[in-house]
Design a protein around this ligand. Structure first.
Ligand code: FE2
Length: 387
């Protein structure tokens, strides 16, 4: 057995944890702070609330609220331009994965010249960035504890990650109260993304006893609480448990990577603008079915953790296959689209080849996948997921 482990810097968890941002800005001696967020957070008044925590004697706060879903290199460059121009010495990422990914990139773009596009790849960032604090408002992406910023190039629709240790957040403030405003559809899809992180890390070729521990705890919580958080959004216990699940899923993902579901989901976002969570939720049952034959012990355990059912004397392959059915039921209970045609974004059979080529190009998740997948397999899974 051999593995290494890493985590984000310091994590504060609990209702009201986001107010900590003031103490942190004080202790870091920050003078000029940029809050990277989106229009929704601005409209809900959350951006201003966080900014008011940070604003102190002699401290200026700038709010950049232009982050879009599936954030682009162009938007990131624009945010970085603001941070450079104002000589910001602290970046706060507030929102879902998109805002946090852009914030992480901005932190290193303050100290490294040029466009974000220059750093898409693995380990290309030269200098450490300015300190960064992440405050998630969704329970799903795990971006608050990972070293990745996924940005889409508008020019060719290709998604690429800046993957670098220098992107690990220095602080993460996990405040379940901030997730209460999420509508059911966002709660459900981001929650399924958290589950995809846990399950794909759990079955990854890079899985370790360390990542397994976090993945298992995340799956138990998503299985038990995601439906409640979605359909009874003011239930604080459900919100807290989902925030914890998302955090644990993020730790599992940071240490073991994701698999083929994430790779297959990429072109749905890049080519058709389907949100990351929706794309992963849709594909996860199909990928689980494909994979469970190759890693039955892990999928059988996942089925038990997600459902709370012991499955008595059933054989390992039967229980492993049940995992795919449990996921399918979850997607239906959450009223998320469960076929590509239901997405209504114009995906047709003739697109599958190009989508498969793009998915195969997402090489690291594909390499992590427990069952080897080739171009024909990708097309087959898209075809199965069509109707
Ligand atoms: Fe994800």
């Amino acid at each position: 057995m051999q593995f290494q482990m890493h985590m984000a810097g310091r994590v504060f968890f609990g209702q009201g944890a986001s107010a900590k941002v003031k103490d942190l800005a004080d202790s870091l001696g920050a003078k000029r702070v940029v809050v990277v967020t989106d229009k929704t957070m601005q409209e809900l008044g959350v951006a201003e609330k966080i900014a008011s925590f940070v604003r102190g004697t002699g401290r200026e706060v700038f709010i950049f609220d232009e982050v879009e879903p599936e954030p682009s290199v162009e938007t990131t460059d624009k945010a970085a331009e603001l941070a450079r121009e104002k000589s910001c010495d602290l970046v706060v990422g507030l929102g879902g994965g998109s805002s946090m990914d852009v914030a992480k990139a901005v932190s290193v773009l303050v100290t490294n010249e040029g466009s974000a596009a220059k750093y898409q790849g693995l380990g290309l960032v030269k200098k450490p960035g300015v300190p960064k604090i992440m405050i998630p408002t969704t329970a799903g992406t795990g971006s608050e504890v990972t070293f990745t910023a996924v940005l889409i190039r508008r020019s060719d629709g290709v998604k690429g990650g800046i993957n670098d240790d220098k992107l690990y957040p220095d602080y993460s403030l996990l405040d379940p109260e901030l997730t209460v405003s999420m509508p059911p559809y966002v709660t459900a899809s981001t929650g399924m993304d958290a589950l995809a992180h846990a399950l794909e890390a759990y079955t990854s070729r890079q899985a370790s006893p360390f990542s397994d521990m976090f993945a298992e705890e995340a799956m138990v919580r998503v299985g038990r609480w995601l439906r409640v958080a979605t359909w009874n959004g003011s239930d604080m216990e459900a919100r807290s448990e989902m925030m914890l699940a998302s955090f644990y899923g993020g730790v599992a993902l940071a240490n073991a990577g994701v698999g083929a579901c994430h790779a297959l989901a990429y072109p749905l976002g890049g080519m058709f603008g389907v949100s990351h969570g929706v794309a992963n939720a849709l594909l996860l049952p199909y990928v689980a079915r494909f994979n469970s034959l190759a890693a039955p012990a892990k999928y059988a355990k996942a089925a038990k953790l997600l459902s709370g059912i012991s499955y008595g004397n059933l054989g390992i392959h039967e229980v492993a296959l049940a995992c795919s059915e449990i996921l399918d039921e979850m997607v239906m209970d959450l009223e998320l689209p469960n076929t590509l045609s239901k997405l209504e974004v114009g995906i047709k059979e003739e697109h599958f080849e190009e989508m498969a080529i793009k998915a195969m190009g997402v090489s690291r998740p594909m390499e992590n996948n427990p069952r080897k997948m080739d171009l024909a397999d990708c097309v087959k899974i898209y075809r199965e997921a069509m109707e």
